[in-house]
Write a protein that binds this ligand. Structure first.
Ligand code: ZN
Length: 272
C-alpha cells in the first residue's frame, strides 16, 4: 500500500490522496482547491497523474473541497466508479451541477472583462471554465452507493467500510482493509469529522482500530464553544438589529451550516 498526498496537506482545501494497492490506483476524495483564483485554478486544472490511470474513487462527503474536482477527473478520461454513501450522492447531484454553473458564469465574466482590457490594448488569453454542466452530468452516473457499515470490495484484496463522520448529511470516515500475502493493513481516512451534540445530524461514530490514520485537523488547534453559546449570540444579534429596524445578512456558505442556521432561527422564533 502506498499513499501520496496531493491536496489538503499544508492547506485546508483540495482534499485528494492517491492510494496504490495491488497494482491498482484509487483516489480518496477529489476536492476543489479554493483559494486565490490563479493559484487554485492552476492546481485544479493540472492533475498530477493521468486521470485514466485511476481505477476508482472513494469519496468521504459532498463538500466541494472534497468532491468538487470529480468532473475535471471525468473530463480527462476517468470512467471508474465513485463510491460514496447514498446521501452524499444525492447532495453531489445538486452541488456538482451548481459548481459547474458557477465555473461557466465565472469564465463568462472573465471573458467579458477581457474584451474591455483588449479595447485598452491589454491582451489576456481567453478563459475556459474549469468544467461545464455537461462534464458534471457525465460524472453523476459513475456514483455507486455504499451505505454506512456495509463492506465494499474495491478489488479482491482491498475493501472498505464507511462510518458516520457526523459532519454533514452523508459524511463518512472510511476504513480500508488490504489483505495481501497473509499480511493485513488497515488505513483509516477521517474525511471531515463533526462534533457531538450538533442539531440535525448524528454524532460522529467511533472508528475501529487501524494501523494508519489520515486525519483532518482544520480545527485541531482550537476549542469550539458550546452550541448553546452560538444560539444565544444569534438571538442577541437578531433582537438588537430588529429593535432598531435593521436587516441581517448572513453569509452561510457551506452545506450543513446553512441548515443549522435556519433551524436555530426557527427554534428562536418558536421561543419568541
Ligand atoms: Zn466538509
Amino acid at each position: 500500500m502506498k499513499v501520496t498526498f496531493w491536496g489538503a496537506a499544508g492547506g485546508v482545501t483540495g482534499s485528494m490522496h492517491l492510494l496504490e494497492s495491488g497494482g491498482k490506483r484509487y483516489l480518496l476524495d477529489c476536492g476543489l482547491n479554493q483559494g486565490r483564483r490563479k493559484d487554485a485554478d492552476r492546481k485544479n486544472r493540472e492533475l498530477p497523474f493521468a486521470a485514466s490511470s485511476i481505477d476508482a474513487v472513494v469519496l468521504s462527503h459532498a463538500h466541494i473541497d472534497h468532491s468538487g474536482n470529480l468532473p475535471t477527473l471525468v473530463k480527462h478520461g476517468f470512467a471508474g466508479p465513485i463510491c460514496a454513501t447514498p446521501a452524499t450522492i444525492d447532495l453531489c447531484n445538486w452541488m456538482l451541477s451548481d459548481t459547474a454553473h458557477i465555473h461557466e458564469k465565472d469564465a463568462e465574466f472573465l471573458n467579458k472583462r477581457r474584451e474591455h482590457r483588449k479595447a485598452k490594448g491589454l491582451e489576456d488569453g481567453p478563459v475556459t471554465p474549469l468544467y461545464t454542466m455537461a462534464d458534471a452530468e457525465r460524472t453523476l452516473p459513475l456514483f455507486q452507493p455504499v451505505p454506512y457499515h456495509s463492506p465494499h470490495c474495491l478489488a479482491p484484496e482491498l475493501s472498505y467500510v464507511p462510518y458516520d463522520a457526523g459532519h454533514i448529511l452523508g459524511s463518512s470516515c472510511v476504513v480500508l482493509h488490504e489483505a495481501s500475502n497473509g499480511a493485513r493493513v488497515r488505513l483509516a481516512f477521517s474525511g471531515d469529522v463533526g462534533r457531538p451534540n450538533l442539531p440535525i445530524i448524528r454524532d460522529p461514530e467511533a472508528m475501529p482500530p487501524a494501523e494508519y490514520l489520515i486525519m483532518e485537523s482544520t480545527y485541531g488547534g482550537r476549542l469550539h464553544k458550546d452550541v448553546s453559546h452560538v444560539v444565544n449570540k444569534l438571538r442577541d444579534v437578531v433582537v438588537r438589529t430588529a429593535r432598531r429596524g435593521g436587516r441581517i445578512i448572513v453569509p452561510a456558505f457551506a452545506v450543513g451550516r446553512t441548515q443549522q442556521l435556519v433551524l436555530m432561527l426557527h427554534q428562536l422564533a418558536n421561543r419568541k
